[in-house]
Design a protein around this ligand. Structure first.
Ligand SMILES: NC(=O)C1=CN([C@@H]2O[C@H](COP(=O)(O)OP(=O)(O)OC[C@H]3O[C@@H](n4cnc5c(N)ncnc54)[C@H](O)[C@@H]3O)[C@@H](O)[C@H]2O)C=CC1
Ligand SMILES: O=C(O)C(=O)[C@H](O)COP(=O)(O)O
Length: 385
């Protein structure tokens, strides 16, 4: 059996090595020629999967080690009888930690003593947005939710209290977590256009961590030329990988589509596809991502009753993930013509440093308040009192 796989899928040999031969190819430039003799195709978000890639091949299973599926022609795969599996939720917690760190830095920049005094609007309340909302609520934030497809779903038992997009855009922070959809009810392509952007003003913050084209990036660039523009943290871009350097210069935090790039999130993506492929082939599921995760570089911090509580939280969260480092790397790397910028964007992603989630850090909180302990728990740290 031949497995053709994006070379950037981690742990290919560990998970799939005993299932067949593996041919690694660059995902962005994968060709029909490279997959023609494959039985199994494993991709990430940068490979467009449809008739152009697969017609005439013998591929019978496609797996994507990602949450998003907008790069896959799902209808065509179904028509062809090609089995498919994504990795729903695999890196959701990584995106949540990106959002928490961005909100923390924003509050700090605004001189707020209490970050939870900010109101946060979550647009798209699924696996990622739902987790963002739950963690922020546990941290005491005033959270507002917008998800019209869920609001209209009669079978959704938790579909209460959703607000309109216009209402949610009044929050201090607005964070976008919808998939990219077109030609359907509540399509999200350019959902945040000139009109919506005109409702967002300084000192509000817009975070985009779903897909680039959910925001009309030309309108965003124009809006950011105005004096009352909101602050913007962009993890996803329109287009990728040829990021517009003029837009990058205008946004507060620029990161190269890495919100979901914790090691746990990436390895979990591989594991979920491995599980789906094992089920498809009728093989036992024997491997678990936990067995392949290395010891974290930082595994313990300790605070005493003398610790300033806000500082303790800040130090711990930013020790696990500080988006300013990704922002700095991106601003240095993205330069030159379109081809050079595209290569640099993909290189930043391919060579992404190991980033561990908060759950990998044990935090000792001796003699600290119950509310601080609750906050650490809400974020996902392992705490010891
Ligand atoms: N930046 C990154 O690294 C990552 C980005 N993503 C993106 O995040 C997206 C969301 O992921 P999940 O939460 O796991 O997906 P999900 O499918 O669990 O949730 C998406 C939610 O968005 C809602 N939605 C759809 N159209 C909407 C609209 N017009 N307005 C408001 N809400 C709408 C859906 O009803 C659903 O509840 C993925 O599709 C992917 O594109 C996912 C992982 C990492
Ligand atoms: O899971 C998703 O959806 C994402 O957006 C991934 O973080 C994308 O990562 P790549 O597949 O582009 O490496």
């Amino acid at each position: 059996m031949l497995i053709v796989a994006d070379e950037n899928i981690p742990l290919l040999d560990s998970f799939f090595g005993d299932m067949g031969d593996i041919r690694r190819v660059p995902g962005r430039t994968m060709t029909a020629e490279q997959v023609r003799d494959a039985d199994i195709l494993l991709v990430r978000s940068v490979t467009q999967v449809g008739p152009r890639l697969l017609e005439g091949s013998r591929v019978r299973f496609v797996g994507t080690a990602t949450i998003g599926t907008d790069h896959i022609d799902l209808d065509w795969l179904e028509q062809q009888g090609i089995a498919f599996s994504a990795a729903p939720g695999c890196n959701a917690n990584s995106v949540v930690e990106y959002v928490l760190s961005v909100v923390l830095l924003h509050a700090e920049r605004k001189g707020l003593d209490d970050w939870s005094s900010l109101s946060v609007g979550v647009v798209g309340v699924g696996s990622v947005g739902g987790k963002v909302a739950r963690k922020l609520e546990r941290l005491g934030f005033d959270v507002h939710l917008c998800d019209p497809p869920r609001a209209e779903d009669p079978d959704d038992e938790d579909a209460e209290g959703f607000e309109s997009l216009a209402d949610v855009l009044k929050c201090d922070v607005v964070t976008l977590h919808t998939p990219l959809t077109r030609d359907q009810a509540h399509a999200t392509y350019h959902m945040i256009g000139a009109e919506e952007l005109s409702l967002l003003r300084s000192p509000q913050l817009l975070i985009s961590a779903g897909r680039g084209a959910v925001v009309d990036c030309q309108s965003l660039s124009d809006r950011l030329d105005q004096p009352d523009a909101p602050a913007v943290a962009l993890d996803v871009w329109e287009p990728e990988p040829a990021v517009d350097p003029a837009l990058m210069d205008k946004v507060w935090l620029a990161t190269p589509h890495i919100a979901g790039y914790s090691l746990e999130g990436k390895v979990h993506g591989t594991e979920m596809v491995y599980q789906a492929l094992s089920r498809y082939l009728g093989l036992p599921v024997r491997k678990k991502s936990g067995q392949f995760l290395p010891e974290p570089a930082l595994n313990k911090v300790s605070f005493t009753s003398s610790a300033d509580e806000a500082d303790a939280l800040r130090i711990s969260l930013l020790s696990c993930y500080d988006p300013r480092r990704d922002d700095a790397r991106m601003r240095v790397a993205i330069r030159g013509d379109e081809a050079e910028r595209s290569k640099a964007f993909d290189r930043l992603r391919r060579d992404y440093p190991v980033r561990r989630e908060c759950s990998s850090l044990k935090v000792q909180l001796k003699g600290t308040s119950k509310s601080l302990q609750d906050s650490f728990r809400a974020i996902g740290f392992k705490i010891k009192i």
